[in-house]
Design a protein around this ligand. Structure first.
Ligand code: UDP
Ligand code: MG
Length: 336
């Protein structure tokens, strides 16, 4: 495609209106396609833009593809993280480098259709500072994954008081004000979709039918999903700690009842309550619950440790077309 010849010039002095942030982990087969589709749409609506690809420590040719595209088209910026830090951090790295007045984040695998962009922008022009997208699940989204994710967001909303719709993905438009607010969050276990809900601002929704992946397969392993799920709950709520207290109280009441009954049986009914088996059963159940509760408390203490260490959340090892002066969040960069 030669269309980049006619693109609206975006010089250093003239900031682009729109930044597109795309985290990519092992997406060598998708980068060119999404670049192509995006450029076509963006040219059509005639808006000045930049596309920021964040290579989240891929071990395929993702970075090579990004940097060679960048050499052909200066509207592209590439960031390479020093290892795989995870989708949410890659997204954050991209947001902190975006300079547009509005920022759209989307996946690299074309499950988030670029043809929705004009609609996102028109909702933004109507005065919405956040334009969410809500997806109807694609066919390759398993039945179990669907059910579990719905259940999870119910639990998340219950614990945190923040409502996230099940189909809300990381495909959304954020106004500059919102991006600046989101960048203030320097917490461990980042969940951008939770933060975006937390900050508020007038928002709108766009519904879409998600496509199947263009190339490759999902990188969200069960382990990554469980980690994201727990991070989400633990960083937005202390309800699990409260539940621990309630369970502890209930167990204490139960124990008192059992002791009361034993005393009553001995002195009133004149019979000793026997039963090694029942004793062991009760003790093991109680200990089991106790350890789970201690575990939950431990998880929160662990999070305090992670938080007070103030480690950088991601490291940038390479930049293509992006400078560290664009970085609003000044994460550390390793000088090559
Ligand atoms: N991704 C990433 N780091 C990771 C895992 C995923 O940057 O550790 C990116 C990935 O390249 C894609 C997006 O996050 O652009 C969503 O990932 P994926 O498509 O694998 O998730 P799914 O759509 O299956 O939930
Ligand atoms: Mg995907």
């Amino acid at each position: 495609m030669n269309s980049h010849m006619q693109k609206p010039a975006t010089t250093q002095e003239q900031k682009p209106i729109l930044s597109i942030v795309i985290p990519a982990y092992n997406e060598e087969g998708n980068i060119e396609k999404i670049y192509h589709d995006l450029s076509e749409i963006l040219l059509e609506i005639d808006i000045s833009y930049e596309i920021i690809f964040v290579d989240d420590g891929s071990n395929d040719r993702t970075w090579e593809v990004i940097s060679s595209l960048q050499q052909k088209d200066s509207l592209i910026k590439g960031l390479r993280l020093s290892r795989n830090f995870g989708h949410q951090y890659a997204l954050f790295a991209g947001l902190s480098h975006a300079i547009g007045k509005a920022v759209i984040s989307m996946d690299a695998d074309l499950q988030h259709p670029p043809r929705l962009i004009p609609e996102l922008i028109s909702k933004w022009h109507e005065g919405n500072k956040i334009v969410h997208t809500v997806r109807a699940d694609p066919e390759d989204f398993g039945f179990l994954k669907k059910k579990v994710s719905r259940l999870y967001y119910k639990i998340f909303s219950f614990c945190s008081g923040i409502k996230i719709e099940p189909g809300m993905a990381d495909f959304r438009l954020l106004d500059r004000d919102v991006v600046n607010s989101v960048l203030l969050f320097r917490e461990e276990g980042l969940l951008v979709r939770g933060i975006v809900q937390w900050v508020g601002y007038p928002s709108a929704f766009v519904h879409f039918q998600s496509a199947n992946r263009y190339s490759g397969s999902s990188h969200y392993t069960l382990k990554k999903m469980v980690k994201l799920a727990w991070n989400g709950i633990a960083s937005f709520s202390i309800v699990p700690l409260r539940i621990s207290t309630v369970v502890g109280l209930l167990m204490g009441c139960f124990a008192l009842l059992v002791i009361g009954y034993a005393v009553y049986a001995k002195y009133v009914l004149q019979e000793v309550v026997t039963g090694w088996t029942s004793l062991i059963a009760v003790v093991s159940v109680l200990f089991g619950i106790l350890f789970i509760l201690i575990g939950i408390i431990g998880e929160y203490i662990g999070r305090i440790l992670l938080e007070v260490r103030q480690r950088p959340r991601f490291l940038i090892s390479d930049r293509a077309g992006a400078t560290s002066s664009d970085d609003r969040n000044s994460e550390m960069t390793i000088d090559p």
